[in-house]
Design a binder for this molecule. Structure first.
Ligand code: SF4
Length: 395
């Protein structure tokens, strides 16, 4: 997290050093034109490269961006900017998209740490440079409705929902911290997009930073199902389209809704996955936090003597936009893009039923005989209907 600073306005040079994601930050380099090749190779930029790798590792370990980077605080503004640029180039060339998205979250959160303490004028200036017309008013910040909807939609906290906001004359009134949180989202989006690179640069980065990419793969492993309970192997290839799409979403470092996260954990548990496998499935999430994920997985899977919550039925998943039976046009594999006929069977009611019909084994992991547990009210919005989901899953 950034160090606290006095609330005096920043000059242009310091502004770009603190917020290297702002358009125009490259002017920090003055008349000096640093080529991508030079930044990647020349000895003069070794410190910037080293600091850039530190930024990348810090994000992989802590996407909340709370870890202090003392080296960053000590570095010259130009070196800080170049380290940011180097990290962005390297991650844009990474073989997997998840590290870039994780880094985008961490850098945006680091930016939030500063924006939350910034004087109002500075906050307004950052917003303007990011293309959002936030207006500082006596009683807070006025955010144009269109901007608010665009920035707040991916934010999962309930207090950001539009229905809970005060809308006046086409603007949403928010406090300074919420304005900073909205700008954090604007930064995350900007940084989550890879910068365009030539094939030659991508190849050069992948060769030069192979060790770093290997390290990231170790720190952020892709979800791999493992046999659970010694009873039967898990068959990810037999998972229904909805579950496969949820896995891909997380593998690609994209956000998955609360309902989707709940469903995936509950499904994997009933398909026989152990806790490690389930936690692994979330490692690609842009806001992955190991301790919180373990806590939530435990909560979902340990209910009722280990039976866990029941995954939602197909109808519930459809109402949440999580059903993928029509095929996923964004998927790479033809099988994932195609419509799945089994999902249109009039008797199919539940993802576990699909898995069972395709030859997978569904475990009843608890001792209790009564109906399945329901999801906690308000936690996901996808409660399993008592008794119904379980009975249909066994068809
Ligand atoms: S029909 Fe059911 S099992 Fe098939 S994709 Fe939709 S929610 Fe999943």
């Amino acid at each position: 997290m950034a160090a606290r600073r006095a609330s005096s306005p920043l000059d242009e040079r310091s502004l770009y050093a603190e917020y290297p994601f702002l358009p125009g930050a490259e002017t920090l380099l003055g008349g000096e034109s640093v080529s991508v090749r030079a930044l990647l190779e020349e000895a003069a930029y070794a410190t910037a490269r080293s600091l850039g790798r530190t930024r990348i590792r810090a994000a992989a370990d802590d996407p909340r961006g709370t870890r202090d980077l003392e080296e960053l605080a000590r570095a010259d503004p130009e070196v800080r900017f170049l380290s940011f640029l180097f990290a962005r180039i390297v991650l844009s060339a990474a073989p997997q998209p998840a590290p870039l998205r994780r880094w985008a979250v961490a850098e945006a959160k680091r930016g939030y740490g500063r924006m939350a303490e910034a004087p109002p004028d500075e906050l307004g200036e950052i917003a303007r440079r990011l293309g959002h017309a936030l207006v500082l008013a006596a009683e807070g910040v006025a955010v144009p409705l269109v901007d608010y909807v665009q920035l707040a939609t991916p934010i999962r906290e309930a207090e950001f929902r539009l229905a809970r906001q005060e809308v006046r004359e086409g603007t949403v009134r928010v406090g300074r911290l919420r304005a900073a949180r909205l700008l954090q989202e604007a930064v995350r989006r900007r940084l989550a997009q890879p910068v365009p690179l030539t094939d030659e640069v991508v190849a050069r980065v992948r060769t030069q930073e192979a060790e770093l990419f290997d390290e990231l793969a170790q720190r952020m492993p892709l979800p791999v199902a493992r046999p659970g309970g010694g009873m039967s192997p898990i068959r990810p290839d037999r998972f229904p389209p909805c579950i496969r799409r949820m896995q891909r979403t997380l593998q690609h470092g994209e956000n998955l809704s609360h309902a989707g996260r709940f469903c995936l954990a509950a499904f994997l548990h009933r398909a026989g996955a152990d806790a490690e496998t389930i936690v692994d499935a979330y490692r690609g999430a842009p806001d992955f936090d190991e301790s919180i994920t373990r806590y939530q997985v435990e909560h979902i899977t340990q209910r009722d003597g280990g039976r866990g919550y029941e995954p939602p039925e197909c109808g519930t998943l459809r109402s949440h936009g999580l059903c993928a039976r029509d095929g996923d046009p964004d998927a790479a594999a033809p099988a994932d893009r195609a419509r799945d006929p089994l999902c249109f069977d009039e008797h199919l009611r539940h993802p576990l039923q699909y898995y069972r019909l395709r030859g997978g084994t569904v475990l009843d992991r608890g001792d209790a005989d009564e109906g399945p547990a329901s999801a906690p009210a308000g936690s996901t919005g996808t409660p399993g209907g008592p008794g119904r989901a379980r009975s249909t899953a066994r068809r």
